[in-house]
Design a binder for this molecule. Structure first.
Ligand code: COA
Length: 174
């Protein structure tokens, strides 16, 4: 992302529907987006997080983000997070963006495992993860305090071996 993406990023995270299951408040000014982009660029330089902007191919507008974070290099693992602006839900864009970010994690960063932690009520997020081949690994009650209430977590994990099997099965079908 660049500082020029602030207005588009603000449009995504100022929508209460987008942050419904996100452990952050709804953004109320573009300054939140500017700070978030500055943090993302610092983290990229420090190699502690990689946050990609998701662009709409036709217009180049930023419509969401996907990030790899909480790296444990010695154990070759990290976590993944993602969000799209609500006008862009249900069009397959999350699948496209996560496939690119996961490929980058396994093949460029040479990770072995990617983890995700989602609210059990977030059916769209579960749909994306399961489509990617993530497996449910655990359940943690009341792990987060989100928008005034305790929220449970389902833990998901994706191993490089599952990803490679998925990629070769798709290549055979093509
Ligand atoms: C989660 C999110 C990124 C999904 O994006 P999306 O572009 O709508 O997802 P896709 O269209 O690529 O769909 C991916 C899969 O999820 C399924 N899915 C999407 N929305 C769904 C819903 N509301 N209920 C059930 N399944 C759903 C799709 O059917 C698809 O599976 P399939 O290909 O096997 O049919 C989007 O809803 C979002 O930004 N939500 C707010 C932010 C958020 O909650 N992020 C996750 C925090 S852990």
């Amino acid at each position: 992302m660049t500082t020029g993406d602030a207005a588009d990023l603000f449009a995504v995270f100022s929508d209460p529907a987008v942050v419904r299951y996100w452990s952050a408040e709804t953004w109320t000014s573009v300054a939140f987006a500017e700070q978030s982009i500055a943090r993302a660029l610092d983290s990229y330089r420090e190699q502690s997080e990689v946050r990609f902007g998701i662009e709409l191919a036709q217009t180049g507008a930023l419509i969401g983000t996907v990030n790899l974070h909480h790296f444990f290099p010695q154990n070759r693992r990290c976590e993944i997070g993602y969000a799209l602006g609500s006008p862009y839900w249900g069009k397959g864009y999350a699948v496209e963006a996560l496939e690119a970010a996961i490929d980058y994690g396994f093949h460029e960063l040479r990770l072995n495992r990617i983890e995700a932690d989602i609210d059990p009520r977030n059916a769209a997020s579960a749909g994306v993860l399961e489509r990617m081949g993530f497996r449910k690994e655990g359940y943690m009650p009341e792990r987060w305090f989100v928008h005034g209430e305790m929220a449970d977590t389902i833990n998901y994990g994706l191993l490089r071996s599952y990803w490679d099997q998925r990629s070769s099965a798709r290549a055979k079908r093509a």
